[in-house]
Design a protein around this ligand. Structure first.
Ligand SMILES: CC(C)(COP(=O)(O)OP(=O)(O)OC[C@H]1O[C@@H](n2cnc3c(N)ncnc32)[C@H](O)[C@@H]1OP(=O)(O)O)[C@@H](O)C(=O)NCCC(=O)NCCS
Length: 187
């Protein structure tokens, strides 16, 4: 199981992070974070995504233990155009992963806010698919009013451990009007 344990009562002090587009030099750190998190890693796919203007690939960095700009988490979007299952075409949030040592500090919130701002410049709605068991991820996205629109064994080309995934959708405000909820520090 590579999901965070669902602990609604636990939280931590916000970590000041900088969110910026990922660079080729970040792929190693992105891969390390995925491995540390027990997630499947695809460094070649990350590299390809960096050159795809239909996708937003971001890292969050922080100054830690006297070392500046350490990558502490990353996330991307995908633009779905070919529909092969109940998930519609559109921009999907994907792959948000935070270093397990730095969770509950607002890092994923900062990455999600920034990706939703990016999507809001291109669409009036955003989607994501998530394993129904991944309660931490579902809770993370709640401030943006994501609502379930479908559930099933295969959504947006993803199959789910345990057999049930959820498709969620959030309406987006135009750029400048904000994208709803969210917490965490971005500087
Ligand atoms: C899910 C994940 C990205 C969250 O990262 P994070 O930086 O810890 O998230 P944040 O600190 O921004 O949390 C924001 C809110 O989400 C909710 N949340 C996040 N993790 C949670 C957990 N383990 N249990 C309960 N709620 C959680 C809380 O409401 C939290 O706010 P709070 O800390 O003020 O209570 C991280 O646990 C992770 O990398 N998990 C493995 C990869 C994964 O499952 N990605 C999602 C794929 S769809």
């Amino acid at each position: 199981m590579s999901f965070a344990v669902y602990e609604p009562e636990a939280t931590g002090e916000r970590l000041p992070v900088t969110v910026r587009p990922a660079l080729a030099d970040d792929v190693e750190a992105m891969t390390d974070i995925g491995l540390r998190a027990g997630r499947p890693v695809r460094p070649d796919a990350y590299l390809r995504a960096l050159d795809d203007e239909r996708r937003c690939v971001l890292v969050a960095t922080a100054d830690l233990a006297g070392i500046e700009s350490q990558v502490v988490g990353w996330a991307q979007t995908s633009h779905r155009t070919v529909v092969t299952d109940p998930a519609p075409a559109g921009h999907y949030l994907a792959g948000v992963t935070v270093d397990p040592r730095l969770r509950r500090r607002g890092v994923a919130t900062a990455l999600t806010r920034a990706r939703l701002e990016w999507v809001a410049g291109r669409a009036m709605e955003a989607f994501f698919v998530v394993n129904a068991r991944n309660l931490a991820s579902i809770a993370l996205h709640r401030p943006w009013r994501f609502a379930e629109v479908a559930r099933g064994p295969r959504l947006a080309g993803v199959t789910f451990e345990g057999g049930v995934g959820l498709l969620l959708r959030a309406p987006l405000a135009p750029p400048g009007a904000g994208t709803g909820g969210g917490r965490g520090a971005v500087r």
